[in-house]
Design a protein around this ligand. Structure first.
Ligand code: URA
Length: 246
């Protein structure tokens, strides 16, 4: 696969990013092997399933104890210094919610409020997300909420590719642990990072895509809705599709 990925004309920067992502992923894999007791994994017959790149969708199998795997991922993440965002963050925002959630929301990155509190989506955009979740007939504690980046980019600037590359392996592992039935990608960065595309969110939204076999609905970010309330109608259509499918 690597041979197909690495092309002779690939720009240096892109190759560098791939190396960062690969290193981060390998370090996480190795560390997780230490963090999650091998005896537990053997008992679950889970060693292969837990450590393969593609998530298993089997409940009662590999990741039947997502809290344990998530705790392992959190432990390995530690006081993360893998990218420069560690220098400006106040708190790392790992993610929160139901570790067995059927639905996971993935946002972009913590903002000022999230950085202060260490919890995802607690500012104005977060309050709107909470209202959307309630309108779906759910509570925040029914779902899991996390971000592409775990640390706030200064002045809420856009996430940089090398930051996404360093952080993404942890999100991948979180999603593998939770094994949701569905993912909702909030906004451009979440959709682009998860789907590896640069198709505009306005074209992606409203149609189910697949992330590692899991149906993924891209929709607009709540912060965008605060600036463009007219788009709420489209988000409501999108989340209704999720509710129907759930
Ligand atoms: N915006 C995001 O993308 N994530 C948060 O946690 C808060 C705001």
């Amino acid at each position: 696969m690597e041979r197909a990925l690495i092309q002779a004309d690939m720009p240096r920067e892109e190759m560098r990013r791939m190396v960062v992502a690969l290193r981060s992923r390998l370090q996480l894999d190795m560390a997780l092997n230490r963090a999650i007791p091998a005896a537990y994994l053997r008992k679950q017959g889970a060693v292969k399933r837990v450590y393969t790149a593609a998530p298993e969708r089997v409940r009662g199998g590999a990741v039947d104890r997502p809290e344990q795997t998530l705790a392992g991922v959190r432990e390995v993440l530690g006081d993360c210094r893998r990218c420069p965002l560690c220098k400006t963050r106040t708190n790392l925002v790992f993610g929160e919610g139901n570790v067995r959630a059927g639905l996971v929301f993935v946002g972009e990155a913590p903002g000022a409020d999230e950085d202060r509190q260490g919890e995802p989506f607690v500012g104005k955009a977060g309050q709107l997300l909470t209202r959307i979740i309630v309108a779906m007939g759910l509570q925040r504690q029914d779902v899991y909420i996390c971000n592409i980046l775990k640390c706030r980019p200064p002045d809420n600037r856009n996430p940089r590719p090398e930051e996404i590359a360093a952080c993404e392996p942890f999100l991948i592992r979180q999603l593998q642990a939770i094994q949701p039935k569905m993912i909702c990608a909030l906004g451009t960065f979440a959709a682009h990072a998860l789907l590896k595309t640069d198709v505009p969110i306005s074209l992606l939204r409203g149609r189910f895509q697949r992330y590692q076999g899991i149906p993924l609905m891209p929709t607009y970010h709540p912060a965008y809705l605060l600036r463009n309330p007219a788009a709420k109608k489209q988000v409501w259509e999108d989340v209704q599709k999720i509710m129907k499918a759930l």
